[in-house]
Design a protein around this ligand. Sequence first.
Ligand code: NAP
Ligand code: F7E
Length: 328
Amino acid sequence: MKRALITGITGQDGLYLSELLLSKGYEVYGLIRGQNNPKIDLVKRTVPDVKLLTGDITDLASLIRAFGVAQPDEVYNLGAISFVAYSWENASITADVTGQGVLNVLEATRLYAGDDLAKVRFYQASSSEMFGKVQDVPQRESTLLWPRSPYGVAKVFGHYMTINYRESYGMHASSGILFNHESPRRGPEFVTRKVTQAVARISLGLQDQIALGNLDAKRDWGFAGDYVEAMWLMLQQDEADDYVVATGETHSIRELLDVAFRHVGIDDWADKVFQDPRFFRPAEVDLLIGDPSKAREKLGWTPKVGFEDLVRMMVDNDLAEQKQLAGR
Ligand code: NAP
Ligand code: F7E
């Protein structure tokens, strides 16, 4: 039975990845931070077979202890401050967690492996946010990185550290450059879930309008359940490498609004949406669209859920959730 250690177990991807690995027969360990993490209950309910260990990716000693217990064959470093807008408010903490945290997990992996580097494989959750002011369309593994947020800068550090551990020590360390991926488990601070929750509430008469920022930004949105499969595939390869994981399609926030509102029977959403300066960013990433050819050719990976189905899945989930909350 293979053993995996996942940081960021309480997040969207941590839950999907745990389900995937458990279904493949892995023994899964998840790192939980904080003395009373409110998401512990969610993890215990969703993936009761995951074994929880206390630790924080900014605390190397806690990682060394967690590795000692988990004895992993595979390590998935998903832990991060992941909300781009927040990263301007707390740039230094973002650097510590999303940047330096990667180095800590790499170092804990190296210390755990000792002389036998082949005994463990490492996955880093890199991000399309690293492309920022994009230098190629579509973006691929070779595209020059030009991050536009403290989050993006921190991810670039983690990305190159992962490559550096591969090149310096011969560690099996891979980096998935994942484009935006969403699901009914997406945090409500991200634009897709913010929209689908609000659309559900508006259609149920629980809310009148939604406040948003830039409606013209374009993203390559896929389904998180598909993307965790690519993470696992990367660690099953003989050689570690870097891969873009994306759908190859891009859509604006306006198109997201079109699909979500249309699904509840509202064709014209103009009076339901207003723009609020609070949600504009100091520097925007205007266009993301990935070229997933390498992942398709080398990993045999393709996304299964398309953009419109993804949005409709999220609206349906939020309709059910909001009805239950409203006691209907
Ligand atoms: P998420 O839902 O925001 O989850 C982030 C996870 O990181 C949470 O479990 C959080 O735990 C944990 N975390 C935060 N600070 C930590 C610390 N100091 N030590 C240990 N864990 C910590 O993010 P996600 O969408 O699942 O994304 C997973 C990873 O992929 C992240 O690294 C993200 O940056 C990256 N990524 C995401 C996307 C996307 O579109 N979703 C795209 C590219 C890359 P708490 O419960 O303790 O806060
Ligand atoms: O913003 C615009 C916003 O916060 C998407 C993270 O998972 O993907 C995610 O980062 C776009 C931006 O995601 C609102 O300006 C407009 O252009 O959903 P988001 P993100 O910033 O792309 C990458 C790949 C990651 O790695 C990150 O961890 O939507 N937008 N109005 C808004 N965004 C938000 N959140 N809220 C608004 O009201």
